[in-house]
Design a protein around this ligand. Structure first.
Ligand code: 6PG
Length: 252
């Protein structure tokens, strides 16, 4: 399904979404690295990425083709917990992929969410991005690829409905208080996510069918459905969706 600048690819199930994501990451990295030295990807948390990471780290052909030493791993968002906490996106990625693949330590750019001050953790990560991408004031980082998930409430990264971070236009990374978790999250902002060369959403499961229909085909209410904020300014937007999640799309 292809609309103006959205490409929606519907595949059989969550396993196929994870596999498609692993394959596209390897092929994008190989392609881009023909003309540049390093490839920067921002990862997300969630169950589909977890499987994607494990495919990348374990499956012969993909593991061998992945240019591990030239790919730099960042996170689009993190929970406000230390890196060994069960909720940590870094921990999940490390267990599923980073610790199992030949990834140089300096290629891992995690959010230091163990800082008790979530605002400082966000500031530090913003500095990390400024340093890596050598940004001047007012510039945005341009990730080669950003992976995102979408929650059943329409959130993406840690841009939750009706939260302050949705309106941030200057900062690259912010702490975002989320009432329903009674905690902070640390998240890249929409301008950063939208400045990537390609943004890839991974969405699976029946509980995503209704919000996905609204996000893709409904009126625009970005405060209620923050995934609608994602509209790359110059890059591509690709959705890998399984049949269950695509169940309510009308194909307009
Ligand atoms: C996180 C995320 C978050 C996630 C969605 C979808 O840290 O939780 O980055 O935005 O992508 O909640 O997660 P699932 O794909 O597991 O439903």
């Amino acid at each position: 399904m292809q609309t103006k600048n959205k490409d929606i690819q519907i595949v059989e199930n969550a396993e196929a979404v994870s596999r498609a994501a692993a394959e596209i990451l390897v092929s994008l990295a190989l392609q881009k690295l023909k003309s540049k030295k390093s490839f920067a990807v921002a990862l997300s948390g969630g169950s589909t990425p977890k499987r994607m990471f494990s495919i990348l780290a374990n499956e012969g052909a993909l593991r061998e083709q992945m240019p591990w030493d030239r790919v730099h791993f960042f996170w689009g968002d993190e929970r406000h917990v230390p890196p060994d906490h069960a909720d940590s996106n870094y921990r999940m990625t490390n267990e599923a992929m980073l610790s199992k693949a030949p990834v140089p330590f300096e290629n891992i750019h995690r959010i230091r969410a163990e800082n008790p001050d979530a605002r400082k953790a966000a500031d530090d990560y913003e500095q990390e991005l400024r340093g890596f991408f050598k940004l001047e004031a007012g510039q945005l980082p341009a990730f080669d690829c950003v992976f995102l998930g979408m929650g059943p409430d329409g959130h993406t990264a840690s841009l939750f409905p009706e939260t302050k971070a949705l309106h941030e236009r200057k900062r690259l990374v912010v702490s975002n208080w989320v009432d329903k978790f009674e905690s902070y999250r640390i998240t890249m902002t929409a301008p950063v996510l939208n400045n990537a060369d390609i943004v890839i959403f991974l969405v699976s499961g029946e509980e995503k069918a209704e919000p996905l229909q609204v996000v893709l085909e409904g009126d625009k209410h970005t405060d209620r459905f923050p995934s609608q904020l994602i509209e790359p300014t110059h890059g591509k937007l690709l959705w890998f969706v399984d049949r269950a999640a695509a169940g309510k799309l009308r194909g307009q």
